[in-house]
Structure formats: C-alpha cells, structure tokens
Design a protein around this ligand. Structure first.
Ligand SMILES: [Zn+2]
Length: 457
C-alpha cells in the first residue's frame, strides 16, 4: 500500500512538473527582427513564446515574470525558413551513374534511414517547414516521404514540418516515369497510376485520387520535360491541355494545391491557364507567360540552387543531360529577372537532393544576385511560401497566435543576405532545436557516392 501511495504521489508530482514545463514562457531577445511581412526590421526585438505558440511580439517589451530569457544579442530573428521545393528523402548530388546504381542496389529502408539525417540537417539549417515535391524509388511502392513526415510529427525523428507529394504524377516516358532510361521492361511491367504515371484525363484523376489516398498533402506533376531524366527533352509539354485541366480540377476538388514541374514555355502556358498553384523551375518562361502568372496569381518557385549545383558539377552528368542543364541554366537567369521586374509572386524553393541537404539557404543569395531585394527574398522564404503552401494562418510570420517557428541569423540579413546561411538559433513549435551549437551537416563521409575529392559545397 505504502509503495503504491508513494508511486501515486510521484506520478502526480511528475505530471504537475511536466505540465508546468510545457507552460514555461520563453522570451527571445535580439537586436533586430524580420517579422515576415514588413519591409523594415524591428529594432530591439522581443518574442514571447508559451507552449508551441507566439503570445507576444514587439520592440522593447518587458519580460513576463518567471520567463526563461534567451538573449541572442546581435542577431536578426526571423520566422523559420521554408523550402517549397525539396526532396528530403533523395540524394542526387553525387556522380550521376553512381546514384543510378544506388537506386537499384539499396533497399528502400536504407534510403529511408538516410533521409532522417537529411531531415535533421535541413531543420538545423533553419528550415522549419518544407514541401517535399516527390519521393520515388524505382521498382518500389514505398512512400518514404509519408513515413518521414509522420515520424517527425510523432517526435520519433528530428526534422522540419513536411507537406509531402508522394510520387508525383507524370506521363508515360515523361520526366517522372521511373522506368525511363532503363532497359525495356526491366521492371516487368509498365508503370501505371499507382506509380503516378497516367495518360488521359481519367487516368490522371485516378492518379490524383491514389496519391491523396496514400497520404499526399499536395500534388506534384511533371508537365514538361526535365534536366535529370534520360528519355525526354527539357522543354516539351508532357500533358495535353485536357489532361492539365483534369489534373487541376481533381486536385482543387479534393482541396489540394497543385505544383507543376515545368521548364518549357508552352507547357507553362497550358498549366497556368488550367489554374495550377505554382510553376516549379520555369527556366524557359517568356515575359508574356510570366505576365499570365502575375494576372492569375500563380507562384513561381525558381529553384536556382538546382541549376547552380548541376552547372558547378557538370562533368558528373552524361552528355545528353549536360546539354539540357546548360540550356536551362542559360535561360533561367533572364527568366528570373523578368519575373522580379513584372512582380510575379515568387516562393523560395531549392530542389534540395540535387545538392546536399542543409545548404538550402544559399537560394536566398542566388535570388538577390539576380535582382530581388533582400527583404523580398526573405519574404519568399517565409510568408510567401506559407501562403503558397496554404498554411499562412499557422506559420510564416512572427505574430501573436502563430506557431513559434523562429530562427536567428547573425547581423542584418538585409545588408548581407548570406547571413541566412549561418543560422545560429532554431526553434520549432516552441522547442529550441539549436542555440549556438554548429548545425548538423551531411558530410561527404555520410554518403557512399560522394567521392572524397568533391568539395563539400
Ligand atoms: Zn524537384
């Protein structure tokens, strides 16, 4: 009896303590703050966090009693960064042929275990939310992105909040066809709707329904050719206008946003007319197409890091892919400058996996180098992405009632945008993930295909 009584008291005390622990108020203090929406920084900033939410925010606030005060000094607080185009379950940055071998050699479970490392590196680099736009393993039905998202939500794995697209939808022989470029019928059958491969409006509707059934938060479709696929041209349309309409209609009917991989101009025109929510990449888009996007409110997610990385390692790719990468790389800078000039809505997305996870913030500088004001690049990676992802009511700005996803960068990122690459503090949903410690990095040693001679960046 006595032991039982003691045990009951101990349990009661522990539950009281843990409840109080969850309610501990945290006050973050910093020299400056970017709130996600305003064009100027707030000086002498304070953000008050209780549980998983921001309860107060402003300049020179007095500390609530009993709060844990974290004075971060000469830094700028920002809403947690977002990447609207990542592939956190994949790794494409090494030698192309080795990657293809790995796809065939490794069990999907090994890919899945690796992805936990990539998720951690992404979060520790300051990206508290990512949209994962495609996770497919040739010859496998596994959906590693769904499993990783769920494991992060349940607290098994440290990583960013994820919105996932599962496999993505594409045409036979198109950019997403996993059997393209392999020997005919190597996998014993042609891929179908269950693999996200669909031809004709009805098959596309079925593919959308299957992806939603299997856990997709967002639908991704490849409507033009791509750079890193072997059997297509980079800018050809891969869906007819009727297929495009069916895709968008089915997605929006099921209240899912639709993001389309699209380098080509004609494919983009058809996609924008059909009402897609974002054009991903957009390398060859002409000014009149960008004008259509502006009029319709379609987002552009330019993924400049992807072309930047591929161009820097061009010898790693077969000649046919080198030619496609060069063409896309040559076109995308002018396209991006035009989009900025015309005032097209722009979200930050990187295509991480094409380069090592955790380097996502380099996208900010590429955007600024091509004419985007630093404050707008910061908005692209916070509030604009939150709007594009449909989660602006929860994250993307530092405001009362929002989830406490907060990062700090040294100095003033509007003066030196590369400060975003040196995040010193990360909080996700009110929990401090990092404060001053070096970020977890995906090193050359942690991957099999990264030859030791390749530089780490
Ligand atoms: Zn991608």
């Amino acid at each position: 009896m006595r032991t039982n009584f003691r045990f009951a008291v101990a349990v009661l005390l522990m539950s009281i303590l843990s409840a109080r622990g969850a309610d501990q108020t945290i006050v973050l203090k910093a020299a400056r703050m970017f709130d996600g929406k305003t064009n100027s920084l707030v000086q002498n900033a304070t953000v008050v966090v209780l549980g998983d939410k921001i309860v107060d925010v402003g300049s020179g606030l007095t500390n609530p009693p009993d709060a844990q005060v974290v004075d971060l000094g000469d830094v700028t607080l920002s809403p947690g960064f977002m990447d609207a185009h990542s592939h956190v379950t994949l790794q494409f940055w090494g030698a192309f042929s080795q990657r293809r071998l790995d796809e065939l050699d490794l069990n999907v479970s090994e890919h899945a275990i690796r992805s936990t490392m990539y998720a951690r590196a992404t979060l520790e680099a300051g990206f508290t939310t990512i949209r994962d736009l495609g996770s497919r393993f040739v010859g496998s039905p596994e959906r590693v992105d769904v499993a990783l998202r769920n494991a992060i939500n349940k607290g098994y794995v440290v990583g960013p909040r994820m919105l996932v697209a599962t496999k993505g939808i594409g045409a036979t022989g198109g950019h997403f066809d996993p059997s393209s470029g392999f020997r005919d019928m190597l996998f014993g059958r042609e891929p179908d709707e269950a693999d996200g491969i669909a031809d004709g409006p009805e098959a596309i509707r079925k593919a959308v329904r299957m992806e939603v059934k299997n856990g997709a938060d967002v639908i991704k479709a490849a409507v033009s050719g791509g750079v890193l696929s072997l059997a297509d041209e980079v800018d050809t349309p891969q869906f007819t206008p009727e297929e495009m309409k069916a895709l968008v209609d089915e997605c929006h009917r099921l209240r899912k946003k639709v993001a389309v991989h699209c380098h080509g101009d004609q494919a983009a025109k058809d996609a924008i007319a059909a009402g897609v929510d974002s054009i991903e990449h957009g390398s060859f888009l002409k000014p009149d197409t960008l004008q259509m996007m502006k009029a319709k409110g379609t987002y552009l997610v330019p993924t400049l890091m992807a072309t930047e990385w591929i161009m820097g390692k061009i010898d790693n790719y077969p000649p046919a892919l080198q030619a496609k990468a060069k063409a896309a790389g040559a076109a995308r800078s002018e396209m991006f400058r035009n989009a900025v000039k015309l005032g097209v809505k722009i979200g930050l997305g990187t295509d991480s996996a094409v380069f090592p996870h955790g380097m996502n913030a380099k996208e900010f500088k590429l955007m600024v180098d091509l004419g985007m004001p630093a404050i707008d690049a910061l908005k692209a990676g916070t509030s604009a992405d939150a709007d594009l992802l449909g989660i602006a009511n929860k994250v993307g700005t530092l405001e009362k009632g929002k989830l406490a996803d907060i990062v700090a960068v040294p100095g003033d990122p509007t003066q030196d945008i590369t400060a975003t690459e040196r995040v010193t503090f990360v909080m996700k949903e009110g929990k401090i993930i990092r404060n001053g410690t070096p970020p977890f990095q995906v090193s050359a040693r942690s991957t099999s295909e990264e030859p030791a001679s390749l530089p780490a960046d």
